[in-house]
Ligand binder design. Structure first.
Ligand SMILES: [Zn+2]
Length: 302
């Protein structure tokens, strides 16, 4: 059975100021890439937005109230990097619904890919770095609330540390957080995940892939998760405009293929989100994100 692709057109529907750094069109263009490269009609799944009560399973009621009513302190809101709008809120709730849907489908069928997600800088009480609501946290919480025997590993390989996810689950033993990230990248004050791997500037493929393999192998052995939520951010790419690592396009493919293969071979469900990736050249950016889709074709042949 082909891997489900979770996508909503709303992901690319957000009015931003001209020259805004966020590549909002990438979701639509990645879907187009998938269609042009043989995605089948039955693979597509359209998520529904979650409600604010669901958001409160990981975020404080006070933060949610301020967010909904656009009452967040101006200075604090600046950390988020998006202008506030109803459209932004709906997009955020839809994207969180998409990661939850991906987690459910992965549990049911082995693997699922969400064409958004990875808003890992959202903390319990505040947002930052383009992240308002932590979809990875919400999906992990959703799965352990549904199944008392579930154990979730959040394996975050975006170049930026998953600081919000780390703090939300600092006291939840059934959710393991791991972040493999650039030491010199945002956030400059790091949080503590269960496992943090900090990589030096300009780290290249061989070292990177060895670290990812070793780290994930150890986590699987020690914690035996039933589900891996995988943040496949491509801001590790050497051409990324924000990331400080020097990973090649092949290196991204090898990482994604390795992570998907390890999960499959251990019989662990895996839901991937595409995560971060920042290039003005959208063709090049899509090619980087598309490595995850290519990897899924290799690992989960129909
Ligand atoms: Zn990132």
């Amino acid at each position: 059975m082909p891997v489900p692709f979770i996508y909503h057109p709303r992901y690319s529907q957000l009015s931003l100021p001209p020259r805004h750094r966020y590549p909002i069109d990438k979701y639509r263009l990645l879907r187009q890439w998938a269609v042009e490269h043989g995605a089948q009609q039955e693979q597509w799944v359209k998520p529904t937005p979650i409600d604010w009560a669901k958001v409160k399973t990981c975020h404080s009621p006070n933060y949610v109230r301020q967010l909904v009513n656009n009452r967040i302190d101006r200075k604090e809101w600046r950390r988020v990097g998006f202008p506030w709008s109803e459209q932004l809120l709906l997009r955020t709730l839809t994207s969180a619904g998409g990661t939850i849907k991906a987690a459910e489908l992965a549990v049911a069928s082995g693997c699922a890919i969400h064409f958004s997600g990875g808003y890992h800088h959202a903390h319990k009480d505040w947002g930052s770095g383009f992240c308002l609501v932590n979809d990875l946290a919400l999906a992990a919480r959703h799965i352990i609330d549904q199944d008392s025997s579930a154990k979730v590993l959040i394996f975050d390989t975006d170049v930026h540390q998953g600081d919000g996810t780390a703090t939300i689950f600092s006291k939840e033993p059934r959710i393991i957080t791991c972040s493999v990230h650039g030491k010199s990248n945002f956030p400059f004050v790091k949080s503590r995940s269960n496992v943090d791997i900090e990589l030096e500037k300009n780290t290249t493929d061989d070292e990177y892939l060895a670290v990812v393999r070793q780290t994930l192998g150890d986590l699987i052995r020690v914690h035996q998760p039933s589900l891996i939520l995988y943040d496949a951010g491509v801001d590790i790419y050497q051409k990324d405009e924000l990331g400080h690592l020097a990973i090649s396009l092949n290196g991204i493919f090898d990482r994604d293929k390795m992570v998907l293969t390890m999960a499959r071979d251990h019989g662990i469900a895996l839901a991937a989100v595409i995560g971060g990736g920042y290039q003005r050249n959208l063709t090049r950016l899509i090619r980087a994100h598309a490595q995850l889709l290519r990897a899924s074709y290799h690992v989960w042949k129909a």
